[in-house]
Design a binder for this molecule. Structure first.
Ligand code: PHE
Ligand code: CO
Length: 294
């Protein structure tokens, strides 16, 4: 299948979606898969310093909140000293799970993104946020992509889930199920929580790279729900992109993600077309809140 997307088409689509605002990043020097070179020597000392500050802020928050798989992989990756060299971690990752890291200019077309995942390549944005974006950033940067996403790719089951998700994305594009499938990515890969013997822990990259949501998402008595992941339910649930999540879906294991996404989704997309979407703060009658107010 031809998975190349013309740059003009993509930039035109993005400009439409974001009311004409320019996409951040340099899209002038890339190949047909939006892959660029990470020009590591071009990062400034100020950028490496900002990375260290971001890293240290997260590290103070993560013990007892992030899942063990994340904390252990991150320690081995040894990326506290500055913006990492993608190639080094990519080799280590390939040895562990057969995934590689590819550098990209920023947001990339859906088709290109799914094609990378389906081929066990994780796209990581090359640029770092500005100091004034320390707490909040609109588009994903190298800190979110690398710090947030790469550690879990060292876990074999999660790595397999991510590949399957990419394959599922290519299929959903043909079936008109993209909105639904995107919700699953959002509520698992980006904002997922996992039940462990020690308590609920974070595995979602959007939380793990966030200054505020790490604590918020595990706090009782907020307006946010914590409910067991049911895949069909998740596919129906709208999400917030400009505030903390109002629902967190909790899994029991990465195997649950892999097994739950094995079936053919064609009938699910079909069925959901005749059902209402659910607002982000929904709690259905038969659902139990896993972190109720005390
Ligand atoms: N198995 C799903 C299908 O047949 C695809 C999928 C894979 C969906 C992984 C989500 C995650 O459409
Ligand atoms: Co992300």
């Amino acid at each position: 299948m031809d998975t190349s997307v013309s740059n003009e088409d993509f930039l035109a689509t993005v400009a439409e979606k974001s009311n004409g605002a320019a996409l951040r990043g340099d899209y002038a020097h890339m190949d047909a898969h939006y892959v660029v070179q990470q020009d590591w020597a071009a990062y400034t000392e100020a950028e490496h310093d900002l990375w260290r500050k971001l890293y240290q802020r997260q590290m103070a928050l993560l013990p007892g909140r992030a899942c063990d798989e994340f904390i252990e992989a991150l320690a081995k990756m040894d990326i506290s000293a500055g913006i990492p060299v993608f190639e080094k971690t990519s080799k280590e990752l390939f040895a562990a799970t057969g995934w590689t890291i590819v550098a990209v200019p920023g947001l990339i077309p859906e088709l290109t993104f799914f094609d990378h995942l389906a081929n066990r390549r994780f796209p990581v944005t090359v640029w770092l946020r500005k100091p004034e974006e320390f707490n909040y950033i609109v588009e994903p940067d190298v800190f979110h992509d690398f710090f947030g996403h790469v550690p879990l790719l060292f876990n074999p089951v999660f790595a397999d889930y991510m590949q399957r998700y990419g394959q599922g994305g290519l299929k959903a594009m043909r079936l008109g199920g993209l909105d639904e499938l995107a919700r699953l990515y959002w509520y698992t890969v980006e904002f997922g929580l996992i039940n462990t013997p020690a308590g609920i822990r974070i595995y979602g990259a959007g939380i793990l790279s966030s200054g505020g949501e790490v604590e918020y998402c595990l706090t009782r008595g907020t307006k946010s729900r914590h409910i067991r992941l049911d895949i069909e339910r998740c596919l129906r649930t709208l999400y917030k992109i400009d505030s903390y999540q109002e629902t967190y879906f909790v899994i029991d294991s990465y195997q649950q993600l892999f097994d739950g996404t094995a079936p053919d989704f064609t009938p699910i997309y079909q069925k959901l077309k005749s059902m209402d979407v659910l607002p982000a703060n929904t709690l259905l009658a038969d659902e139990i809140e896993l972190l109720p107010a005390l």
